[in-house]
Write a protein that binds this ligand. Structure first.
Ligand code: ATP
Ligand code: MG
Ligand code: FE
Length: 338
């Protein structure tokens, strides 16, 4: 069984081919057009997807060594994401499926981030807890099987990736700022400055407070030292990152205790963060967890994870019709619903 999968939910245009559960390739075209705006511009994202999609799919097919005629199905990200961006990938997938008379598979992008854990071994054992941390989401998910997931908690305001990016922007770092902040933090002192650690009820997160706190902290200090950011950049980054990771780990530990589950995974773009990866490895020792960290190329948006999700849906016979429409908001566990 060979499936072509397409990802276009945000600012990465990606295609991958999976053959009997094995990923053959993962072609990703990142959109640089947004850098000068300091954030993803939805209309520009849609246009860039239109430009990149056909070459990206052609390359995925070519490097897989498979002919179009040997495909068994076409899969695409239905949501959540930017409506215009989702429409480009979804319309292409539908046209492709229709032209070649192939079954169509819709994939939930957030479930795909979780299923990236099944691309490489060792994979987590069910049930496991996955902390999905990305540019648009912060979710704690109970994963009961490949196709059965339950949302335990999520952010009530900003996503943690958004917090990384917005704070990085305040500090004058290029977009997206998360990876830059991470690099600078590596040489700073995480205890140099103290930022508030929010604790929402239960398993909910909140990341809007720290952004405001950093803004006022900088304003206060710049009054005395106009070069405050330049003088303390690494320490500020390390201290911000420390607080953000504390907030994530606090909920992850709580979820693990409440559910009595020690299989713990992280997914999504922010799982590339070196501080979070270290914190997780430490928890593996202190909390006796088995922890799972995806390979970096499978952390940020990619079609390989969509292909992996499609593989399990194909096996379960979960196909969709050509009348399916994208969903800008899409809940975990929303299978086949219109
Ligand atoms: P979603 O999956 O919620 O729709 P998205 O697709 O934009 O959002 P991803 O591509 O999974 O998200 O992740 C992008 C985010 O990951 C950005 O916010 C980026 O700054 C962040 N990120 C990537 N690498 C790092 C890092 N090393 N440290 C912190 N953040 C990082
Ligand atoms: Mg992205
Ligand atoms: Fe994503």
């Amino acid at each position: 069984c060979n499936i072509l999968a397409i990802e276009s939910s945000c600012d990465e245009t990606s295609a991958a081919v999976i053959s009997d559960g094995k990923i053959l390739n993962n072609i990703v075209a990142t959109q640089s057009v947004h850098e000068k705006y300091g954030g993803v511009v939805p209309e520009l994202a849609s246009r860039a997807h239109q430009q990149h999609l056909i070459p990206v799919v052609a390359e995925a097919l070519k490097s897989s060594g498979l002919d179009k005629s040997s495909l068994s199905a076409v899969a695409f990200t239905r949501g959540p994401g930017l409506m215009g961006a989702l429409l480009v990938g979804g319309s292409f997938a539908k046209a492709f499926a229709y032209a070649l008379d192939l079954p169509l598979i819709e994939v939930n992008h957030m479930e795909a981030h979780v299923l990236a854990h099944f691309i490489d071994t060792p994979s987590p054992a069910f049930p496991f807890i996955c902390l999905t941390v990305s540019g648009g989401h912060t979710q704690l998910v109970l994963v009961k099987s490949h196709l059965d997931m339950e949302l335990l908690g999520e952010t009530s305001d900003d996503a943690v990736g958004e917090a990384f990016d917005k704070i990085a922007k305040i500090l004058g770092l290029p977009y997206p700022g998360g990876p830059h902040l991470d690099k600078l933090a590596a040489n700073g002192n995480p205890e140099a400055f103290t930022f508030p650690i929010s604790d929402m009820k239960g398993l909910a997160f909140s990341f809007s407070g720290i952004k405001t706190a950093v803004l006022y902290f900088l304003k206060d200090n710049i009054k005395d030292d106009p070069e405050f950011i330049a003088h303390h950049l690494e320490d500020i980054c390390a201290s911000v990152q420390y607080a953000l990771i504390r907030m994530l780990m606090q909920k992850l530990v709580r979820a693990s205790r409440e559910l009595g589950i020690r299989e713990v995974a992280i997914a999504g773009g922010v799982s590339a963060n070196s501080g979070l990866r270290t914190a997780l490895k430490e928890a593996a020792k202190n909390q006796s967890w088995n922890v799972y960290l995806p390979r970096l190329e499978y952390c940020t948006d990619n079609a390989a994870m969509v292909a992996m999700a499609a593989h399990y849906k194909y096996q379960a016979g979960q196909f969709c019709g050509l009348d399916i429409s994208p969903l800008a908001k899409m809940k975990i566990g929303n299978h086949g619903k219109k």
